[in-house]
Design a protein around this ligand. Sequence first.
Ligand code: TUI
Length: 307
Amino acid sequence: MNTRITQMLGIKYPIIQGGMAWVAEHHLAAAVSEAGGLGLIGGANAPGEVVREEIRKAKELTEKPFGVNVMLLSPYAEDVARVVVEEGIKVVTTGAGNPEKYMDMWKEAGIKVIPVVASVALARRMEKYGADAVVAEGMESGGHIGEATTMTLVPQVKDAVSIPVIAAGGIGDGRGLAAAFMLGAEAVQVGTRFVVAEESIVHDNYKQRVIKAKDIDSAVTGRSHGHPIRCLRNKMTREYLKLEQEGKSFEELEYLTLGALRRAVQEGDVQEGTVMAGQIAGMIDKELSCKEIIDEMMDQAVKLLKR
Ligand code: TUI
């Protein structure tokens, strides 16, 4: 399964780890890269210097390539955008916005730029601005999502651009990987499956919540104010959705989610915290190492694609 993506990024397998906020730190990124995929450090809402430290720690754990995800809604996005250049990072993905204003700086630094898009329009625009590939992310994903599903978005993005397309959203095993290739993708981005990896530093309560999740256990909060976030149902989502239905404003709801992802990931508060996870959580039933996850995915996908 050599593709333009494996060649461009110098990786063995066409599997990229999602740049998940609070989750995608140096242990996970290094483990995914060591296993032959592309690990990512998630910049999330962290200041540039925190991301710099994470990059340096990952470099101590692996000599393989890894990337950084720049979350564009972050107040520190500009800082992180500069830090990746200063630290000699070779691959940047972006999320939750349009990265146009950073593209020239990154391209001049020789960085491969891979924006995450949730629409054909943004994919086209990114290609025009010099993106090297795009991640087409469907609304099955955890966290901040768009409207289209992976099944519908990936082939439409594939038809609209010439650069390689990476599929994301709802992919957690070799069947998902093979299906994504059938839709025209040249790699996949996997998030939720890696949340429960052995090397993931996520609190055990969070991992167990993902493992116990059933197919319809996620909810989308924030639709009414234009920032839809998929997470597993709990006390926080019930309260949030109730208040949203009552027409409460973003400002009135914000207190429910401030710091709530960190509380879930680090303190294991899976009732009042935000447990971001994709719809594929229902399929994930055990904790494995990143190497086991990737080997199993590759083995299964290769067998299916040979049929
Ligand atoms: O970015 C993500 N997923 C995320 S970011 C995140 S952290 C966060 N925390 C609190 C509030 C908001 C975010 C958690 N999960 N995925 C990539 C992604 N990007 N999905 C959808 C998009 C997207 C949506 C609209 C990208 C661009 C866009 O429009 C940009 C434009 O200007 O047209």
